[in-house]
Design a binder for this molecule. Structure first.
Ligand code: SF4
Length: 223
């Protein structure tokens, strides 16, 4: 069981999957810079993060629900949790019957490479499982371009992937140094390129590499 001081942010998992150095800058060194992608992403979340609730036939919807798992050491806020009427579900305040939570994560743009959105939904589902004492089989991601909802199966493989990521984040907390830059095309979309300075570090590294070669050559000439 993890204490409050050791909880990892669910929203940080996508940073970790994007680049470990970016994750460490944001979550260990509290650096943050906006770019157009982060501003657009925040706008969609500002809408869904206005606390509130609603309902339609057989579904109760809660926006901005606080989540937490002491077992996994995670915390966060769900954009939206739908509660679907279900005999295997849990009781919820103000509504008769039993209800199965179904987390829905809202994302700007379309589906991204890898599974960062699915992992985030899985983390929300596992928090809800612990909070309500249930097994949750599905959640969803809602993409705004084009507008569509994609079901996410909370499979064993996804659960394992999430747990491995949490373990990696805790390992990085234990390292004293920032992870080295993972330079690639994705740096163009990184809002922290100014703080990370990947080009400068790459140049330093090639200078260090060249001076190592020159040192070896001059040492061999001395014999
Ligand atoms: S600039 Fe590139 S290497 Fe640096 S934090 Fe961003 S994604 Fe990672």
């Amino acid at each position: 069981m993890f204490s409050d001081d050791d909880l990892l942010s669910i929203s940080g998992l996508q940073h970790l999957m994007f680049c470990e150095r970016q994750w460490s800058l944001i979550h260990m060194e509290q650096e943050w810079s906006d770019n157009v992608l982060t501003v657009e992403g925040r706008q969609i979340h500002e809408y869904v993060h206005e606390p509130g609730s609603g309902s339609r036939s057989g579904v109760v919807m809660l926006r901005s629900l606080s989540l937490r798992s002491s077992e996994l050491g995670l915390y966060g806020v769900a954009d939206m949790v739908e509660f679907h009427r279900c005999d295997d579900g849990a009781e919820i305040v103000g509504h008769s019957g039993r209800w199965m939570p179904y987390p829905v994560e809202y994302k700007r743009g379309g589906k991204r490479c890898g599974r960062p959105d699915e992992v985030q939904v899985c983390a929300q589902a596992l928090c809800l499982e612990e909070m309500f004492g249930l097994h949750i089989a599905f959640g969803a991601v809602y993409y705004d371009k084009p507008r569509r909802r994609v079901d996410v199966e909370i499979s064993e493989a996804l659960r394992k992937e999430l747990k491995a990521l949490c373990a990696r984040a805790r390992q990085l907390y234990d390292f004293a140094d920032r992870p080295t830059p993972n330079i690639g095309k994705h740096c163009k979309n990184c809002s922290l390129v100014g703080e990370c300075m990947p080009d400068v570090i790459a140049k330093d590294r090639s200078a260090a590499y060249m001076s190592g070669i020159l040192r070896d050559i001059s040492a061999s000439l001395e014999y």
